[in-house]
Ligand binder design. Structure first.
Ligand code: PMP
Length: 354
C-alpha cells in the first residue's frame, strides 16, 4: 500500500479470486467453476466478426444483446441491464441500494465478494448464519431491515432454495430490495426471473461465465422492474458506460442463439456431478446436495488443508476457504468425466497414503 491511498480504502481487504496458474496445462483445473466446454461455435463466430470493428466503441446500451435476453427470458428490454461479469452488476446494486441506514444483509457462508462490495461501497452489513446443515432458513430473511443478497444456488455449498421460499422472502420484505444471484441456476435450480414481473423489489442477477462457457469474456446481466434497472443504469453510466465490450456483446448474442448447446452442456455437467458425488460418497466424503456446477465435500478423516495440498501436488486444483465452519471442505468444480476420473484416482491414492 502506498502512503497516498485514501483513508477510506486503507482497511479494504480485496476479494481473492481462485488461482489461475501460469502453466494451466500442468493442472486439472477444478477451482474456479469454469465450464470445461468451449463457448458455442456461434458465440465464437460472432465474436470473431465483431473484433474487426473494435476501432469503434461498443454499444453502451447493449441493444442487440438486451433484446436477445429479453426474448429468451420473456421480459421487456427495459427490464434488462448487462454488465462486465455479474460482479459488475452486484457492485452496482450495493452502490445503488445500500447506505448507512440500509445495510446489506447476507449469509455467513456465501459468495465472498458480498463482504468486499459492502466494504468498497462503505456500507454496513448484517450477517445471517446458515443453519448447521448449511441450508438457509427463509424466515431469517423476513423483515431483513436492509438489502438482501442471496446466491441461489448458494456458493460454495451448492444448496438451492425453492422459488416458493424466495417468494416468501420477497413478500416479507415489501420495503427492502431482494437480490437473487443466480450465477449457478442453470445446473438444476429454479430461476426467480418470472417473479420480477410480479414484484418491484426483486433483482435477479445471472452470468454467462458458467453454463455458457464465457467466463473470460466477462458478461453478466440483471432482470428487474424497469425502475430498478434505471437505478442500476445510473450507477453504470456514472462509472463506465462502455462496461461490456463489443466482442463480448456479440459472443453473448451468439450464445443465446445456440440454446441447445448450453442445455446439452448443462445436462452433461449434471450427469457428471451425480456420478462424481456417488463416487466421492463411496470414498467416505460427506457432500451437500449441490444444484451447481461444483461439489462441496469434506472427509471426516482428513483435514481440508491436507487434501487440498495433496491434490495440488498431484496436479489437481480445487478450492478451499480458510474460514470457520467450512475449513475442512473442498469446493470441486465439475469438469469432464475424464477430469473427474483423475480427481477420484488422486483422492484414492491420497486416502491410501500413497
Ligand atoms: N456470483 C457468484 C455466487 C459467483 O460464484 C460468481 C463467480 N465467482 C459470481 C457471482 C461472479 O461471476 P461473473 O462476474 O464471472 O459473472
Amino acid at each position: 500500500m502506498s502512503r497516498f491511498i485514501s483513508d477510506k480504502f486503507s482497511a479494504l481487504t480485496p476479494y481473492v479470486p481462485g488461482e489461475q496458474p501460469k502453466d494451466k496445462s500442468k493442472y486439472v483445473k477444478l477451482n474456479t467453476n469454469e465450464s470445461p466446454f468451449p463457448p458455442s461455435p456461434l458465440a465464437q463466430r460472432y465474436a470473431a466478426e465483431a473484433i474487426e470493428k473494435t476501432m469503434l466503441y461498443s454499444d453502451p446500451e447493449c441493444y442487440k444483446l438486451r433484446s436477445a435476453l429479453a426474448e429468451r427470458y420473456g421480459v421487456g428490454e427495459e427490464n434488462v441491464i448487462c454488465g462486465n461479469g455479474s460482479d459488475d452488476l452486484l457492485n452496482f446494486a450495493f452502490s445503488a441500494f445500500c447506505d448507512d441506514e440500509v445495510p446489506a444483509v447476507f449469509a455467513d457462508i456465501t459468495y465472498g465478494f458480498y463482504k468486499v462490495f459492502a466494504q468498497y461501497n462503505r456500507v454496513p452489513y448484517r450477517i445471517i448464519p446458515l443453519k448447521d446443515d448449511f441450508t438457509i432458513d427463509p424466515a431469517d430473511y423476513y423483515d431483513a431491515g436492509g438489502t438482501v443478497f442471496i446466491a441461489n444456488p448458494n456458493a460454495p455449498t451448492g444448496i438451492a432454495l425453492t422459488v416458493c421460499d424466495i417468494e416468501g422472502i420477497i413478500i416479507n420484505n415489501p420495503d427492502n430490495i431482494v437480490v437473487i444471484d443466480e450465477a449457478y441456476v442453470d445446473f438444476g435450480a429454479q430461476s426467480c426471473v418470472p417473479l420480477t414481473k410480479k414484484y418491484d423489489n426483486l433483482i435477479v442477477v445471472q452470468t454467462f461465465s458458467k453454463s455458457r462457457s464465457l467466463a473470460g469474456a466477462r458478461l453478466g446481466f440483471a432482470i428487474a422492474d424497469a425502475a430498478l434497472i434505471t437505478d442500476l443504469n445510473t450507477m453504470r453510466n456514472s462509472t463506465n458506460p462502455y462496461n461490456v465490450n463489443s466482442v463480448t456483446q456479440a459472443a453473448g448474442v451468439g450464445s443465446l442463439s445456440d440454446r441447445d448447446y448450453t442445455e446439452q452442456n448443462c445436462q452433461k455437467i449434471m450427469k457428471t456431478r451425480a456420478d462424481t458425488a456417488k463416487a466421492l460418497a463411496a470414498l467416505g466424503f460427506k457432500l451437500t446436495d449441490s444444484s451447481a456446477n461444483f461439489i462441496f465435500a469434506a472427509h471426516p478423516s482428513f483435514p481440508g488443508e491436507y487434501l487440498y495440498k495433496a491434490l495440488r501436488e498431484k496436479g489437481v486444483l480445487v478450492r478451499r476457504f480458510d474460514v470457520p465452519r467450512i475449513k475442512d471442505h473442498l469446493r470441486i468444480t465439475v469438469g469432464t468425466d475424464g477430469q473427474m476420473e483423475t480427481l477420484l484416482n488422486c483422492l484414492k491414492l491420497i486416502i491410501r497414503g500413497e
